[in-house]
Design a protein around this ligand. Structure first.
Ligand code: NOJ
Length: 581
């Protein structure tokens, strides 16, 4: 009996053995994702169950109750597939297998089931732009040589120059250096990322067939959705034209490039949407919290695009009604802590999403950028890759305020593991422990991503602060015990308790994620103020304390707000939530 067969049998037995309890409300919310808070787990760095210093699926499973109690709706897992780990798992050798370092398919199955039991949804990462160079297809392509059909599934080309010694075009890898590598028989292959990540040729029908089959594999396993890696990169411009002088080293492409955001990519997603829509909704519960108490919710399955496009308007193309459901809002992530700039990007995002009927999304951190507690600790204008610690207290104050602002906006929000602890980026990792492939390729723009990937602290003391029994694959700073989940749980004013309160308010007392507009209120320079029904959010991004009208009862605040005589004093870098209810 194959492993998958065994998993499926086990699944059907469990399903028939667990009739729905009679006392639960059945809430049918196919569109749960429109206002969902989705928590990104970076499996290497979340929790290590077997003491090998590397996080794993069993570690994630054992910590699901923490995520349920935090109050998120879904968990997005970065890749855990079989991979040589040349790019921390974004180089997949087998899309239908779990890498032994993370566990096996049975662990994945147990994780999905337990999550559903707790009312949490699971979104997995799909990497369709490129495979690992250890993928069977690429190994065959190399072995079978020039002119063989197996080469057509990737982009192989003869070189330029007298003896083909020059790359076929002038494209550069996002990680630095040429985007082409020459193989022993003289041909070159394209890799927009590391040489160990050859790009698929999406003009070849076998590639599309394979990915639709991979989608089905994981949908059959019960996942609730997919985060699509480099969603804007699959289709390349005809003839792979040279770029010329453009500055090519823009992180994942903020400029129009012949390898990014080509219109042809949308046809791929229209086909994928058909596949997804064939699948029944997953049933959750019975233990998820809600305003109504115990509940059983069902919901549709979703796609979220990692598409770095030049504008939010271009991003909106990916979430047209017959394509994907959400796209990360990287314009928001890249915005400094500045009221004017934030208001502009919020308005633009909401306007861009309205005509396509997709929810806006909001995100401040992920595994590719400097954590926002450190970004905001530094002067504005430095972008998303920052290598200095800056003013940590200031960074944390702003990060907390930025979180309350983000969670007050209509749409769906993403949280990156550890931001709920206010973790800073680890900017002083010794070079010998670094693993980011971009670091080794020198000229890459984002060579310091290890700093946001350091395993998170669970306990005050002990081996790797409770991450696991055997150390951690990247060293944690000595100060992290005091930032641990244990240290912050139940501690008044801690960042963790702020997140818990904010998520609980958002979920149970107000309908913050719903809707598609905010009503801006007059506010002093450097301050954002908006109303959403009975709710008002005031975010003071200025370096000074300001006085605003007291819009109602203070629901939650990221700092010390005082109210007197109908006015509220909001300190510098502080956000406050009011209710008039
Ligand atoms: C985007 C992922 O988030 C990043 O970590 C990865 O290196 C590239 N895509 C290549 O897959």
């Amino acid at each position: 009996m194959t492993l998958l067969r065994r998993i499926k049998d086990a699944m059907s037995q469990q399903q028939s053995a667990a009739p729905a309890p009679a006392d639960v409300t059945v809430a049918r919310r196919r569109d749960w994702w429109r206002d969902a808070v989705i928590y990104q787990v970076y499996p290497r760095s979340f929790a290590d169950s077997n003491g090998d210093g590397m996080g794993d699926l069993e570690g994630v499973r054992s910590r699901l109750p923490y995520l349920r109690d935090l109050g998120v709706d879904a968990v997005w897992l970065s890749p855990f597939y079989a991979s040589p780990q040349a790019d921390a798992g974004y180089d997949v050798a087998d899309y239908r297998a779990v890498d032994p370092m993370f566990g096996n398919l049975l662990d994945a199955d147990a994780l999905i089931r337990d999550a559903h039991g707790l009312g949490l949804r699971i979104i997995v990462d799909l990497v369709p732009n490129h495979s690992s160079d250890q993928h069977e297809w690429f190994k065959r392509a190399l072995a079978e040589g020039p002119g063989s059909p197996s080469r057509d599934r990737y982009h192989f080309r003869p070189g330029k120059g007298e003896n083909g010694e020059l790359p076929p075009n002038d494209w550069e890898s996002i990680f630095g250096g040429p985007a082409w590598t020459r193989v022993a028989d003289g041909e070159w292959y394209l890799h927009l990322f590391a040489p160990e990540q050859p790009d698929f040729n999406w003009e070849h029908p076998a590639v599309g067939d394979e990915f639709r089959s991979i989608l089905r594999f994981w949908l059959d396993m019960g996942v609730d959705g997919f985060r699509i890696d480099v969603a804007h990169g699959l289709v390349k411009a005809d003839g792979l034209p040279d770029i010329g002088d453009a500055d090519q080293l823009k992180l994942l492409g903020n400029d129009v490039m012949p390898f990014f955001d080509q219109d042809g990519v949308h046809e791929v997603y229209r086909q994928w949407r058909h596949v997804l829509d064939e699948y029944a909704e997953n049933e959750l519960g019975p233990e998820g919290p809600s305003a109504e108490g115990r509940w059983r919710a069902t919901g549709g399955r979703i796609f979220v695009a990692e598409a770095w496009t030049p504008t939010v308007e271009r991003t909106a193309h990916y979430v047209r009604p017959d394509e994907l459901h959400q796209a990360f809002n990287f314009q928001y992530l890249s915005t400094d802590w500045d009221a004017k700039e934030l208001r502009a990007v919020i308005d633009r995002t909401l306007e861009a999403m309205r005509p396509v009927g997709a929810p806006a999304t909001w995100v401040l951190s992920n595994h590719d950028v400097t954590r926002h507690a450190t970004r905001f600790a530094n002067p504005p204008g430095l972008g998303t890759q920052i290598r200095t610690a800056g003013d940590r207290d200031l960074g944390l104050r702003r990060a907390r305020a930025a979180t309350l602002l983000m969670l007050a906006l209509p749409g769906s929000a993403y949280i990156y593991q550890g931001e709920e602890l206010g973790l800073p980026d680890v900017v002083d990792l010794p070079d010998e422990v670094r693993q980011d492939p971009a670091y080794f390729r020198g000229a890459g723009q984002d060579g310091f991503r290890d700093g946001c990937r350091v395993p998170i602290p669970w306990t005050r003391e002990g081996s790797s602060y409770g991450f696991g029994a055997g150390g951690s694959w990247l060293p944690q700073p000595a100060s992290w015990g005091e930032l641990s989940i244990e240290a912050q749980t139940g501690t008044a004013g801690s960042t963790l308790e702020l997140y818990r309160s904010a998520l609980s308010v958002r979920r149970t007392q107000t309908d913050l994620g719903a809707g598609e507009a905010v009503e801006w209120l007059r506010a002093p320079e450097g301050v954002l103020a908006f109303r959403r029904g009975e709710f008002v959010c005031v975010a003071n991004t200025s370096g000074e304390s300001v006085t605003t009208p007291a819009y109602g009862r203070v629901l939650l605040t990221s700092g010390e707000v005082t109210e007197a005589d109908g006015e509220a004093k909001v300190p510098a870098d502080t956000t406050v939530w009011f209710t008039t209810a």
